[in-house]
Design a protein around this ligand. Structure first.
Ligand SMILES: [Ca+2]
Ligand SMILES: [Ca+2]
Ligand SMILES: [Ca+2]
Ligand SMILES: [Ca+2]
Length: 227
């Protein structure tokens, strides 16, 4: 408050200004960051956008540092590492930070990275970490071949089927299998006729055997359950 123009009785102003200090008693806002899930994509990058929110608007500028760290997703292959500072001008209550996820065609497990907040200015941390999940969107196909074998006269003959994965996978792949009774025309080993038979008769007297084998291009373990 400023005084001026004092009049009467020989009064002079010796200190014309009085200041009042207003103490802000509002609690500091808290900061939280939410988890995010994105599909990986196959080419370029996919933005993984994290939202960082204040519990309330503030009259002060608020800032917080952030950094990405590897979890099952590993930079630089799976995502682009990020470090920086988010600044909230007075009155602003939410900001975003974006992590670039690298697209590829590799079959991977779902993976995740971590974003960590630190060193809040004029605020406190509600939670300090968020998970960024990268969902696998890549597929491989499995095929099993037809085969022809000669029955033999004694004992058993193995019918060896090959199960092939279309491309190498970076995670284990497994499949169930089971034999089913069908029929075969006497005296033929034609796999086509065997496969196209329209009048299957169950072969009750002879158990069938099936063995799976992994292809050289597959890192997947072959299934070992017996049918
Ligand atoms: Ca992909
Ligand atoms: Ca990847
Ligand atoms: Ca990966
Ligand atoms: Ca992938």
């Amino acid at each position: 408050v400023n005084l001026s123009n004092a009049q009467g009785g020989g009064v002079t102003i010796t200190d014309n200004q009085g200041a009042a200090i207003i103490t802000d008693t509002d609690p500091e806002p808290t900061i939280r960051i939410d988890d995010v899930t994105v599909n990986e994509g196959d080419t370029g990058t996919t933005p993984m956008v994290f939202t960082v929110r204040l519990s309330a608007a503030s009259g002060q500028t608020i800032a917080v540092n952030f950094t990405t760290t590897n979890s099952s997703a590993v930079q630089p292959g799976d995502f682009v590492a990020q470090t920086g500072t988010l600044t909230f001008a007075p009155g602003i209550t939410s900001q975003t930070l974006t992590v670039a996820v690298n697209g590829d065609g590799d079959v991977e497990a779902n993976e995740q990275l971590v974003v960590t907040l630190s060193q809040p200015l004029n605020a406190t941390l509600d939670n300090s970490t968020a998970i960024g999940r990268i969902l696998n969107d890549d597929l491989r196909t499995l095929v099993i071949n037809d085969i022809a074998i000669v029955e033999g006269d004694t004992g058993t003959t193995n019918a060896v089927f090959t199960v092939t994965l279309s491309e190498t996978a970076t995670v284990p792949v497994s499949t169930s299998f089971a034999t089913v009774a069908s029929s075969a025309a006497a005296g033929t080993t034609s796999s086509d006729r065997w496969a196209r038979s329209r009048s299957p008769r169950a072969r009750r007297s002879r158990p069938s055997r099936c063995r799976s084998s992994a292809t050289p291009t597959s890192r997947a373990p072959s299934s070992s359950s017996s049918a």
